[in-house]
Design a protein around this ligand. Structure first.
Ligand SMILES: Cc1cc2nc3c(=O)[nH]c(=O)nc-3n(C[C@H](O)[C@H](O)[C@H](O)COP(=O)(O)OP(=O)(O)OC[C@H]3O[C@@H](n4cnc5c(N)ncnc54)[C@H](O)[C@@H]3O)c2cc1C
Length: 388
């Protein structure tokens, strides 16, 4: 009832699999075992994501992470190819666009200045310039927007599977079993126990269990300020097609929308009680999304729901950003969770950074230390102003 491995990753979603890939790429010499309880990823956050990739953030660290990750997504199909087969991820660089009313345009100007400092080609658009991007857009109440044409959206499931296949090719081992708790001795992690009581010993354990990460950690004595929050996405058709492909567009109300093939998807971060809940309702579209969509783009006045789904944000209640690095009270226990609504666009940078921290003891390619767990006690919160 006992096995030994060199490094354990709890959760094989996009984050856990990216970490595994980057550890192998960076030459981690031991055996890597990834535990995944949901072989088909039916409930994981990754395949339920909207796949938005943007550099339009308001904090130095999030801009740097996104910029790093975007470059990696551009070469992902070649980098992750296995046996000559490219890992296509359908990355459409159609742009990301925040629409603004009077009161937010000044904020967007400040954000653009910070983004440009890091080389992001973000730009402020006037109301009339907006219609060059979305000709049908109702701009009557808008003063402009913040736009980045390099950004866009991709297929999250394909990204995750790209990492999984590459990890397997490089020798990483996926075990389709549920981890029940993390074991420790004298302030050092010693392994994990599966739901069936099997002990896997290892000196390094990484918690990348997405919305389930806080429960495992808390059950093992290390609570995290993270809760699962339901987020619904609805796919719909419009009677009249749009002239141009949409960027991922965020209305001033917070409702976002983009093309999905010839149809569209839309979502909104509604106020909900924390907890795992995968129900979705057509009424969410009718009452919350549709009035905003129809007002913003007349083509959406006649819309037909195709389907919908709900997924979980791993919502960091303190500052809505990821928690990355070694837990200060447990040697060998690493965290990569709490990504809130922006884990897809952070996966490549987080994988690279954490691999370096574990193998070399320091960040080299990208400094993720602002996202350390200690920030909650030292009051160094990373307050992100552009949360979707
Ligand atoms: C509706 C929605 C829209 C989103 N839109 C965007 C977006 O546009 N852009 C963006 O960047 N991000 C977006 N996100 C966020 C993004 O999807 C997540 O941040 C990201 O997928 C997190 O990946 P993860 O690997 O941490 O979690 P997950 O994909 O949930 O993976 C965690 C894995 O851990 C496994 N697991 C959990 N507990 C255990 C256990 N005890 N033992 C073994 N395995 C376990 C789970 O089965 C799961 O497969 C969105 C999320 C949602 C829900």
């Amino acid at each position: 009832m006992e096995q030994y491995t060199d490094l354990i990753i709890i959760g094989g979603g996009v984050i856990g699999s990216s970490i595994a890939y980057h550890l192998l790429k960076e030459g981690f010499s031991g055996e890597i075992t990834i535990f995944e309880k949901d072989r088909l990823y039916e409930f994981a956050s990754t395949p339920r994501s909207a796949g938005g990739i943007r550099q339009l953030f308001t904090t130095d660290i999030n801009i740097q992470i996104s910029r790093y990750s975007l470059k990696k997504y551009k070469t992902f199909p070649e980098d992750m190819q296995v046996d000559g087969e490219r890992a296509e991820i359908d990355f459409k660089q159609r742009g990301y666009l925040f629409l603004a009313k009077n009161e937010t345009l000044d904020d967007l100007k400040k954000q653009a200045a910070l983004q440009q400092k890091y080389g992001v080609p973000s730009e402020i658009l006037t109301a009339s310039e907006l219609t060059q991007i979305i000709p049908e857009l109702n701009t009557s109440d808008l003063t402009g927007g913040l736009y980045c044409g390099e950004d866009g959206y991709l297929d999250p499931y394909s990204v995750m599977q790209g990492y999984v296949k590459k990890v397997k090719e490089l020798g990483g081992r996926y075990v389709y079993d549920e981890i029940y708790s993390i074991k420790e001795d004298s302030g050092r992690v010693t392994g994990v126990v599966t739901k069936d009581g099997m002990l896997y010993k290892a000196p390094i354990v990484i918690n990348s269990a997405g919305p389930w990460a806080p429960k495992i950690s808390e059950d093992s004595g290390y609570p995290l300020p993270i809760v699962p929050l339901k987020r619904q996405v609805i796919q719909f058709n419009a009677a009249e097609p749009l002239e141009k492909p949409l960027p991922l567009t965020v209305d001033p109300t917070g409702v976002y929308f983009r093309h999905e093939g010839a149809s569209f998807i839309a979502g909104f971060s509604e106020k909900v009680k924390p907890g795992i809940d995968f129900t979705w309702k057509r009424s969410f579209f009718m009452e919350t999304l549709w009035p905003v969509l129809a007002e913003r783009i007349p083509n959406f006045e006649r819309a037909k729901i195709i389907s919908g789904w709900a997924g979980m944000y791993s919502h960091n209640t303190k500052d809505q950003n990821a928690v990355i690095g070694e837990h200060p009270e447990l040697k060998g226990y690493y965290l990569a969770c709490g990504f809130s609504g922006h884990g897809m666009q952070q996966a490549p940078a987080v994988g690279q950074g954490l691999a370096e921290l574990i193998i070399k003891g320091r960040y080299e390619s990208i400094d993720l230390s602002p996202l350390k767990f200690e920030r909650f006690s030292t009051n160094e919160l990373v307050i992100e102003g552009a949360v979707v």
